[in-house]
Design a protein. Structure first.
Length: 364
């Protein structure tokens, strides 16, 4: 199973220079203290840094361009007192460089993985990966979860895409009429393609040849661009002959499909907070992959969820013009391609355009 989230560098992260590598230590220092506190400009921000096995206070101080003494003072720590520092400890730090925070990335070991291949893919130090971050893993075993601390300005190398492909779609299936009152003629089923997506209900997975072809190409492009490893879950499209399909108001003519919002790899149902479930950066790239085909009329998503998509798009470098063209949020009028629709909180509702051979298909 694929398990990876998408990381977009924030503007601050892109602007920050790379942090030089330092010799790794198994524990923070407890003897050497104290650079004088430095006065920080008013635009500094408070962040929380989790101490990672193998890094010392000097490493943390240099990462955020602050002094060791300041870190000690902000957190009321005594370096001479045993037990003042531990792995996993949360430190408060005031810095102008909040974008230098690393991201804790849970990774599921795949067949053929090695410490070397994983470290190269995520651009991390092999010794840190094996000895400090995952000391409990004596030997890599497929299916086991390990921890990787990824630098903010690094995008992991995509997985090999040789196993990703578009499956043939049976020709002749056409959409007739409007999405909320039409029908599907000679409807074809979305081909099984588990490397790209997972079909939730095969009885509700019928569509037009045009729509299904665009669907596959869009998800393929998304996977290849991002290396996203989580499942992409296809919910309802249409029934075999289209027509009324409760509880949906549309989904009648084989060119509307609901797609579950991509989830973060560290989200555990029933354990993790639901508000932290969605990988909004991945969602933005998925939406872009659909829109770039030129064959998508609308993407419906409730307004509160659009706020998460909007923030992720900005973090991923979307321009103001691109956001205005694509996302309705923060506006209330009906503009853009991604539009508000009540109830669309856990999924994207993608509506495709009519295909060139669908002469009786009607756009709104």
């Amino acid at each position: 199973m694929r398990l990876r989230g998408v990381v977009c560098a924030s503007a601050a992260a892109v602007a920050a220079a790379s942090v030089p590598a330092h010799p790794l230590r198994a524990a923070p220092p407890t003897s050497r203290v104290v650079a004088a506190a430095i006065s920080l400009p008013p635009n500094a921000q408070w962040i929380t840094h989790e101490i990672v096995n193998g890094e010392g206070l000097e490493d943390i101080a240099e990462r955020y361009s602050v002094s060791v003494g300041s870190i000690l003072r902000w957190n009321q720590l005594d370096p001479k007192r045993p037990g003042s520092f531990w792995v996993g400890q949360q430190l408060k730090i005031q810095t102008q460089l909040p974008g230098r925070m690393r991201r804790k990335h849970p990774y599921i070991v795949r067949p053929g993985d090695s410490w070397e291949s994983i470290s190269e893919r995520f651009h991390v130090d092999r010794r840190a990966l094996q000895r400090f971050w995952n000391p409990q893993e004596k030997d890599l075993r497929s299916g086991h979860q390990i921890t990787i601390w990824v630098e903010p300005d690094v995008t992991p190398e995509p997985l090999p895409t040789a196993d990703l492909e578009v499956k043939p779609v049976q020709p002749g299936a056409v959409s007739v009429g409007y999405p909320d009152s039409g029908r599907l003629v000679r409807g074809v089923k979305i081909p099984d393609n588990p490397e790209l997506y997972t079909i939730r209900n095969p009885d509700h997975a019928f569509g037009s040849t045009h729509a299904i072809s665009v669907l596959q190409h869009s998800i393929l492009q998304f996977r290849m661009r991002t290396g996203f490893e989580q499942p992409v879950l296809l919910w309802d499209m249409s029934q075999k002959r289209g027509g009324r399909f409760g509880p949906h108001r549309s989904h009648r003519s084989g060119r509307d499909i609901d797609i579950g919002l991509p989830l973060r790899p560290d989200y555990v149902p029933g354990v993790s907070p639901l508000k932290n479930a969605v990988d909004w950066e991945a969602t933005w790239h998925l939406v872009r992959s659909f829109i770039e085909t030129g064959e998508v009329r609308y993407v419906f998503l409730s307004r509160p969820q659009q706020a998460g998509l909007y923030r992720a798009a900005k973090a991923c470098g979307a321009t103001a013009e691109e956001l205005d063209r694509i996302v309705q949020y923060p506006r209330t009028e009906k503009v853009g391609i991604v539009r508000h629709s009540p109830g669309h909180t856990g999924h994207l509702h993608v509506r495709f355009t009519c295909g060139s051979d669908e002469t009786d298909c009607q756009e709104f």
